[in-house]
Ligand binder design. Structure first.
Ligand code: PHE
Ligand code: FE
Length: 285
């Protein structure tokens, strides 16, 4: 999400999509995908949500090489009516929401270099496809993402994007879920990151707090390091119920008079699962 130029760059369609040009990936680029895939899928067994792991499997994402969006979209479409389309990078908010509202997930087509396996600032095809697409094969999460797109278009009118973006951040990108009594990962920013997929679940530094919609929408977030707080949902059904079925207009109005909460803070009304030491953040130089 970004608020850049209104016009798509040269070569892009009016909706900002571009061809993936799958045939143009080099063997080396496919190899980067394979390495990342092998490393993350080994790491995520027993750590990622069963729903995510099932999606990886039934979308056949384990096949060698960067996925061909057309083929992937065909399989995904049959399951939940979603498709994956390529874009040149960040797209304007309204464009992003419009795609989601129409069950199209926009993905970067470039892949990181071999020396960037651990960290990358911009989302590449590994983050976008490995991280985000498996959950789109789940009917409930698929509905949540579409509703989020519709909600985004609505939030533009309320000038409430900053608040709504926090919901995306703390669920779609960095969410945790409780499954059979233990915490599991589902946020794309975590499951696509080697370091954060351990940190988010096992490190004593971050807070782990029960998800609360209003609380999340008040909470600022870090884009330059691991999160200082993660929010835990009980199920995707519950998340969908609390968001898609609620009218955010009164909530946006109420939020205007409520202060923001720091990424590391715990407030009296929180249901605390783990109170973090915050050692990670404070020991950085
Ligand atoms: N129900 C929200 C609204 O009234 C939209 C929304 C749905 C937002 C799902 C996020 C997730 O604006
Ligand atoms: Fe993402």
């Amino acid at each position: 999400m970004a608020t850049d130029p209104i016009h798509p760059p040269p070569g892009a369609h009016a909706d900002w999509t571009i061809p993936q040009d799958w045939a143009c990936y080099s063997p080396r680029e496919h190899q980067v995908w394979d390495e990342l895939f092998a490393r993350q899928s080994a790491m995520l067994a027993g750590r990622a949500s069963a729903v995510f792991l099932k999606g990886l499997d039934n979308l056949r994402l384990s096949r060698a090489g960067i996925p061909d969006f057309e083929e992937l979209s065909e399989r995904l479409y049959r399951q939940t009516g979603w498709q994956v389309v390529a874009v040149p990078g960040l797209v304007p908010d309204a464009v992003f929401f419009e795609h989601l509202a129409n069950r199209r997930f926009v993905a970067g087509r470039f892949i990181r270099r071999p020396d960037q396996l651990d960290y990358l600032q911009e989302p590449d095809v590994f983050h976008d496809v490995f991280g985000h697409v498996p959950l789109l094969s789940d009917p409930v999460f698929a509905d949540y993402m579409q509703a989020y797109g519709q909600g985004g278009l609505r939030a533009l009118n309320f000038h409430a994007l900053e608040k709504l973006a926090r919901l995306y951040w703390y669920t779609v990108e960095f969410g945790l879920i409780r499954e059979q009594g233990s915490l599991r990962l589902y946020g794309a920013g975590i499951v696509s990151s080697f370091g954060e997929s351990v940190f988010a679940l096992d490190d004593s530094s971050p807070n782990r707090l029960q998800f609360d919609l209003e609380r999340v929408m008040r909470t600022r977030y870090r884009i330059d390091d691991y999160q200082q707080s993660y929010f835990v949902i009980d199920s995707f059904e519950e998340l969908l119920h609390q968001t898609a079925e609620a009218d955010f207009a009164p909530l946006y109005r109420r939020l205007e008079s409520l202060s923001d909460i720091s990424p590391n803070a715990i407030i009296p009304s929180d249901r605390v699962i783990d109170r973090g030491t915050q050692a990670h953040a404070s020991c950085k130089h």
